[in-house]
Ligand binder design. Structure first.
Ligand SMILES: [Zn+2]
Ligand SMILES: [Zn+2]
Length: 250
């Protein structure tokens, strides 16, 4: 076993002591590296048609064909579309919250596998699978990463890479701290995010080859301002198409 394998082994052993395999939903004991039991996992709804083709917001009623919701109708995104794997759900929101603020890094495995549902359910993502588009996590500023020890989007993307077979490419880095965006409007968020990202060395090499596409990965899709700014950077650097995949619609 190499050194990193040994470290991972020790780490999961420590986590087993602290969090002994309990389902995050019902508290039942579970085996292996899962965070949800089969019943809780099966109880989670997938995104149901019809939903907005740009942001994945579900719509009540009957709509034939693709449509944009009232929020997206007048917006020009740099990405082709954003596809949350699941609609807003309290159990998943709780897991994401514990991953980010409780530093429960082991939850990223289950969340990444849940994000994989987007690829199983949405035919628009078949081209990404067929052409092996890399997964690009939304970057975290160094200061926030130091506090949390990890970037939740990158950990989710790592698990999603295992589930889909797509490569992980941390192509972007955050060069300016943007603070919390939760209380800002979409326009304020966009302004706040300008100049916040830059290409990493790996991202520069990747984009310079004018690749066909990339998949930006984040935990939740809310206003789309952050993933849109990531897509804009990638497109400007030469990536032809960018799509966004998140675990959940915010
Ligand atoms: Zn359960
Ligand atoms: Zn929309």
């Amino acid at each position: 076993m190499d050194e990193s394998g040994e470290r991972r082994g020790l780490w999961s052993w420590v986590l087993d002591l602290v969090y002994p395999g309990l389902c995050h939903g019902c508290g039942e004991g579970i085996a292996g590296d899962r965070s949800l039991c089969g019943a809780c996992r099966d109880s989670l709804p997938s995104l149901r048609m019809p939903f907005c083709r740009s942001c994945g917001e579900e719509f009540e009623g009957r709509i034939e064909g693709a449509f944009d919701c009232p929020n997206c109708r007048d917006l020009e995104f740099s990405f082709e579309f954003a596809r949350p794997a699941l609609p807003n759900h309290p159990l998943v929101l709780g897991m994401i919250h514990d991953l980010k603020y409780g530093r429960r890094i082991e939850l990223a495995g289950e969340l990444g596998r849940l994000a994989g549902r987007a690829f199983a359910d949405d035919p628009r993502l078949a081209v990404a699978l067929a052409e092996g588009w890399p997964l690009v996590p939304v970057p975290l500023h160094r200061r926030r990463r130091l506090w949390r020890y990890f970037n939740q989007a990158e950990e989710i993307a790592r698990s999603l890479a295992r589930a889909t077979g797509l490569p992980l490419c941390p192509a972007l880095r955050r060069i300016r701290s943007t603070g919390s965006q939760t209380r800002l409007s979409r326009a304020q968020r966009l302004k706040n995010l300008r100049g916040a990202f830059a290409l990493s060395a790996a991202g520069g090499t990747f984009a310079a080859a004018k690749p066909a596409g990339a998949v930006v990965v984040d935990d939740v899709f809310t206003t789309g301002a952050t993933s849109d700014e990531c897509a804009r950077m990638l497109r400007r650097a030469g990536v032809q198409k960018v799509v966004v995949v998140t675990v959940m619609r915010g």
